[in-house]
Design a protein. Sequence first.
Length: 601
Amino acid sequence: MHARRGEAILTTDPYRPRTLDRHWLRWVLLAWVLIAAWYLYVRWNAVYWLSLSDTDDNIRLMQVRGLLSGQGWYDLRQYRLNPPDGLDIHWSRLVDLPIAGLYMLFRPFGGAFWAERLAVGIAPLLPLAVTLVALAATARRLIDRLAWPLAILFLFGCSSTLLMFMPMRIDHHGWQLACLAWTVAGLADPKQARGGLTVGLSSAVSLTIGLELLPYCGMAGAIVALRWTWDRGEARRLAVYGATLAGGSAAGFLAFASNANYAMRCDALTPIWLSAVVAGGALLLMLAWVSPRSPWLRLLLAVVAGAALAAAFATLFPQCLQRPEGVSDELARAWLNNVREAKPVYVLPWRTILPLVTGPIVGLIGAIFATWHAWRSERFVGWAAITLFTAFAVAMLFWQVRSGPAAQLLALPGTTALAWVLLPSILRRGNPVVRVVGIVVALLILSSMAVGYIVQQFRIDPPSERTKTVLRAGSRCATLPALAALDRIPRAVMFTHVDLGPRLIVATHHDGITGPYHRNGQAILDVHHAFQGSVDDFRPIAKRHGARYVLTCPNMAETTIYRSRAPNGFYGQLAKGKVPAWLTPVPLPKGSPLRLWRIAY
């Protein structure tokens, strides 16, 4: 039956299946096994051919290979790019561990070939299991003890989120989303100590991995503090959260920060951010210990503490008030400002915007409804916290589109709450056809699947032939068969595109120049200058990097930038078939999408 306002969304029915409640964790893990098996099956071709999703996944694999080959735990330089000094990669070793562990598990049974492929295929599915458990826990705490299957079902409408858990997507995004899911579960937890511990620990792990979700960690801390200002009895949650956040971040820094991350940088958990997090945790502990009776005084103290922390940060580390990457203006113009995922959602094509924002908006509406419905109940504060978090995630989409996976994930509690009220009303309809069709339509709309399908079916502006050519070139040049042909040539440094460098070193024994990593701005600029500069300027730059060959992928997205910006530059001349005398063509197999020349100095 329907619950009245202030009660659970549906009252407890003693005749409902108890096994889904009592053994919910077992069922969630079984669902994960089935989902993981299906994803491995449909993406097995990519697993076999080691088709890693993007440059970051390729560098992650190289980082794991380096670790397994004896490279130092705190040495994360990539020596196969820009040798002999290598490139500074600002990540931590934490995400390397499950990949390396799976490799060592499978190595005795399948050798290095299968061990590596199975490791990169299965590793992204591990954080999916962690996420599913967190989603189920949140639904049980806020909606109903049997609502968790709906939360898992709606996850399949989160296309951007699911991409981060696909086999071969071995970079850090899946693990950070898993941390975010547990942050939500902690905010929804009625038990103060456990909830504070969950939010603090998940935030600390996320920050140890990287700063991509730093705004969400900050918002989660603000919500915990607001709960304390609303209810003085929340002091224990605040204290445990502050202690766990500070202690967990410090432990993560000591255990996983690279040698390079001991510098005063703004793009990772360095001493700058560690000091801010530890100071913030200490301030929260002090607030929890003082806990004045007046809610207005508690609010004032929280505002003063936050302002003091912000002022100290701005005074001591003013460089971090700008872009955390700390790149030059030239590098920003030439490269970083053109990264698609760093743009706000409203500048994207409508067919990209609609599937991305529909889920978060539906989830926000559902969270607002559930918060209103829970007024004067013990679930009200938990729902209010989730509503604030969901609204923050929607707002983040207008900053950077890379917030899409997190926004879709945070929308799931609100979407599940809407479905938990809507679906029973449909099931009470007398006509069985109405019930079946109504349930299907409701699930499609609430999950955003209908929107994605409609967008795909009614594309007003289909991709141009030029776009199709660029997509084909980028995918073909990165394949193992195309790149493996280069191994017939003795090992050398190949001067190639920024976005092809990481894949080159994974698929061949050759070394490259650079990859799209902001700490290595000079190497990135050297590649841009070489390809866009004059023919006479190319050789000195290539010689400085010890390059013996030029490797290009015609019509790759990056090369279209070279041609549009400098049609008469070095690459523009190559594209027109005007090859300088000091370049000797190197034959590649028939049909190869790549072009290779030997440089004569």
